[in-house]
Design a protein around this ligand. Structure first.
Ligand code: PFF
Length: 456
């Protein structure tokens, strides 16, 4: 995809694959299980699924609709669709949010790279499951090692965005993403069979709604937005390359379903092992990276060669999934500079590297030398994580939805659903969509957001 020639995705399937590439990533495998663990288990899963299907999915359709109608990034889109208004500010907010996310996302991407390299040299699943859970903290609390990994991961993301080798990456992830899916299913089965895993399964299937407060709901909503890459212009920009003949709802539906399925499988692969290993489910961002070495080391005791292969392929697949997501994030930032200032992609990418590193390095060090630097009880990393999904993505999605529901004309919105009148689209379904987007979603997001803010 380039900003100059606006060639389209060749098919609806390609659009869905590109969207799934952005959506499926560390948010599913790393963030979702730790959010579940921080918010009491099964009740959070129910809240997340409700938020995904009832709120995030319509928000996806709204964001995609704006992108396809305008055929540009967020800033230009608002200039085009609401000329002379203040809406274009949302385009800038989107870029800032994408910048914050990419800055901390690359930390976790760097961890994945580190674990891949360790597993290649046999330093991860070293046959001692109990010791394996400590590998992560020893690595992440360092300075040089996690910084180098961060630089390598961010460097790879930048090179892809600069050099337009995205097609190659996409071809590769068409293999690695299904592979990741299969491997996670294998791990799920293995994890559930571990002694002591039963408690973990119970934790995931027996909801205790008394544990779910406003903060839990806000986190479930934020997770749904984070996981579906919503509210910061990624869906908007990808949709600007969607063909006019493709159906918006279908793209949203398949992205939501595949994304949620990945998250659920990850939770069921990780949480039983957390209990089996005697780890704390509420361990936060470290949870998954403490648990994975345990799973692989445990496998390694019985079947060392199989465990070695599974570990390497697993981390390679995670790395690719993380890369397709970080590329989509940086793409939003770079595209903005290309569109606004006419700089080429290389210069625009390089221009972003400086602020990303300035924010990213403190995020890396949040697990080591800077772990004591806190604001509102959060490290720099936690702050970026929280601020982006629970605040910026949530408010971004709210704004996109209000734009489609209240600012765009009904005729224009309908035109996108019927693809200029060429597709038959049930008037009743459209009526329900419009009603929901105007009257249900904005108040629902606001209630959750404000309740969380005032600590209800
Ligand atoms: N959805 C990605 C994940 O789950 O890992 C993260 C992400 C990518 C968030 C792109 C936002 C975004 F715009």
């Amino acid at each position: 995809m380039s900003s100059s020639g606006r060639e389209n995705f060749g098919s609806a399937f390609t659009f869905i694959m590109a969207m799934a590439g952005s959506a499926i990533g560390l948010g599913n495998i790393w963030r979702f299980p730790y959010m579940v663990g921080e918010n009491g288990g099964a009740a959070f899963i129910v809240a997340y699924l409700l938020c995904s299907m009832l709120i995030a999915l319509p928000c996806f359709v709204c964001e995609a609709l704006i992108g396809r109608r305008a055929g540009s990034g967020a800033y230009e889109a608002f200039k085009k669709l609401a000329p002379g208004s203040g809406w274009k500010v949302m385009g800038v907010v989107a870029v800032i949010a994408a910048f914050i996310v990419v800055s901390f996302y690359c930390v976790v991407g760097g961890w994945s790279l580190n674990f891949l390299l360790r597993s290649l040299s046999g330093r991860l699943a070293a046959g001692d499951p109990e010791a394996a859970t400590g590998v992560f903290s020893a690595m992440a609390s360092g300075t040089a090692e996690p910084i180098v990994m961060y630089l390598l991961f961010f460097g790879a993301t930048s090179l892809v965005v600069m050099g337009g080798v995205k097609k190659g990456i996409e071809r590769f992830t068409k293999i690695t993403t299904p592979l990741l899916f299969v491997l996670m299913l294998v791990m799920l089965v293995y994890s559930v069979s571990l002694p002591g895993a039963g408690e973990g399964v119970k934790y995931l299937v027996r909801p205790d709604f008394s544990k779910l407060d406003a903060h839990g709901w806000a986190s479930a909503l934020g997770q749904a937005f984070f996981s579906m890459s919503l509210g910061i212009g990624t869906v908007l920009i990808y949709s600007s390359f969607m063909r006019k003949s493709d159906r918006l709802l279908r793209g949203g539906f398949w992205t939501a379903v595949s994304d949620s399925a990945f998250a659920l499988i990850a939770a069921f692969a990780i949480m039983p092992a957390v209990f089996a290993a005697g780890l704390e489910p509420s361990a936060g961002p470290a949870l998954v990276y403490e648990t994975l070495p345990y799973i692989f080391a445990k496998m390694g005791v019985e079947a060392p060669i199989l465990s070695g292969i599974v570990t390497v392929v697993f981390f390679l697949a995670i790395l690719m999934a993380a890369l397709t997501s970080s590329i989509s994030l940086l793409e939003v930032c770079v595209e903005h500079l290309v569109e606004q200032f006419g700089w080429n992609r290389k210069v625009s990418t390089a221009a972003f590297a400086v602020p990303v590193l300035l924010l990213g390095i403190p995020c890396v060090l949040s697990f080591g030398p800077m772990s004591g630097v806190k604001l509102f009880g959060m490290t720099v990393f936690d702050m970026c994580d929280y601020l982006s999904s629970n605040v910026l993505m949530t408010l971004g999605s709210l704004a996109f939805t209000i734009f489609v529901g209240w600012r765009m004309s009904k005729v224009d919105v309908r035109d996108e659903f019927t693809n200029g009148g060429t597709l038959s689209f049930s008037g009743r379904v459209f009526g329900v969509f419009r009603f929901v987007v105007r009257w249900i979603i904005p108040p629902a997001i606001l209630v959750i957001f404000i309740a969380n803010l005032i600590g209800a």
